[in-house]
Design a protein. Structure first.
Length: 35
């Protein structure tokens, strides 16, 4: 059971990191569109 909990935490961390990357990508795309 303990392994599953740490796995859930890892997954949550990855999801947050991916969301952060997507935000950065969107910001890049928007700034390119403005030029």
């Amino acid at each position: 059971m303990r392994e599953l909990e740490s796995f859930d935490q890892d997954t949550e961390t990855i999801v947050l990191e991916v969301a952060e990357l997507q935000n950065q990508l969107q910001s890049l795309t928007v700034s390119q569109d403005q030029e």
